[in-house]
Write a protein of this length. Structure first.
Length: 240
């Protein structure tokens, strides 16, 4: 009996930019070490040419050095992480990153124990929107859309679950800058329900299996040009 090889169903799909890539390890979780070299090897093995990369070190305990590690990487789009538990420091770090040419910041509300209604989130959202930065954010989209409402912000919700897709579509209808990652949209019609210019391929390599969203995208009902947009075109448009 031969094991089923899901890679065959992915075919020749190539992702030009993965919007959800991390380096570093969760200190309180079992998992891959997340060294930059190993992460880039995983991307290459799945025909993902580049990633928008953020640092778990920056997210969890040392913002400047973690961000500097990402800025030193070659062949990736660096994404700055900020600490929502320190809103004043977060804004200072956003200014520093913007001066260095960083185009996107990433928020880790779940890892930092921050809720959508905390003043720090709205404070950081206003700052990022005012500088024209793209925000990549975790958290439940049913709550975390609120701090960005009315700011003309460009936001990619990285944790949109297919159970909550209807809520995303409702809020995104009034917010043209709202986008979603494909990572958890694995139900039969999820990708086809979202306007293709609002979808960005995300894998959360190395802490999630990149083959799952790849397989869903490759076998979707989207047209070839729409698949190409989701597989990196939209992310390159947003992130430059």
């Amino acid at each position: 009996m031969t094991a089923f090889d899901a890679r065959k169903l992915v075919g020749d799909l190539e992702v030009t930019l993965d919007v959800d890539v991390l380096v570093g390890a969760h200190p309180d979780r079992d998992g891959p070490p997340g060294t930059p070299g190993s992460v880039l090897d995983v991307l290459a093995a799945h025909r993902i040419r580049s990633g928008a990369v953020a640092s778990l070190r920056a997210a969890l305990f040392d913002v400047p050095s973690g961000n500097d590690e990402v800025l030193a990487l070659d062949g990736v789009v660096p994404v700055g992480a900020v600490d929502l538990r320190d809103p004043l420091g977060a804004v200072r770090e956003i200014d520093r990153l913007a001066e260095l040419g960083v185009r996107a910041i990433r928020l880790f509300p779940d890892e930092q124990g921050v809720e959508a209604g905390f003043p720090s989130v709205r404070h950081v959202a206003r700052k990022a929107a005012g500088l024209g930065l793209v925000v990549l954010t975790g958290g439940d989209v049913r709550r975390f859309w609120q701090p960005f409402a009315g700011l003309e912000a460009t936001v990619v919700f990285l944790d949109t679950h297919f159970y909550h897709l209807g809520d995303f579509l409702v809020v995104a209808a009034d917010e043209p800058g709202f986008h979603t990652s494909t990572r958890l949209l694995n139900s039969p019609d999820a990708l086809e329900t979202v306007p293709p210019d609002r979808l960005l391929y995300g894998s959360r390599t190395p802490h999630y299996e990149p083959l799952v969203p790849l397989l869903r995208l490759a076998t979707s009902g989207l047209k070839p040009d729409e698949i190409a947009a989701v597989a990196g075109g939209n992310a390159r448009r947003l992130l430059g």
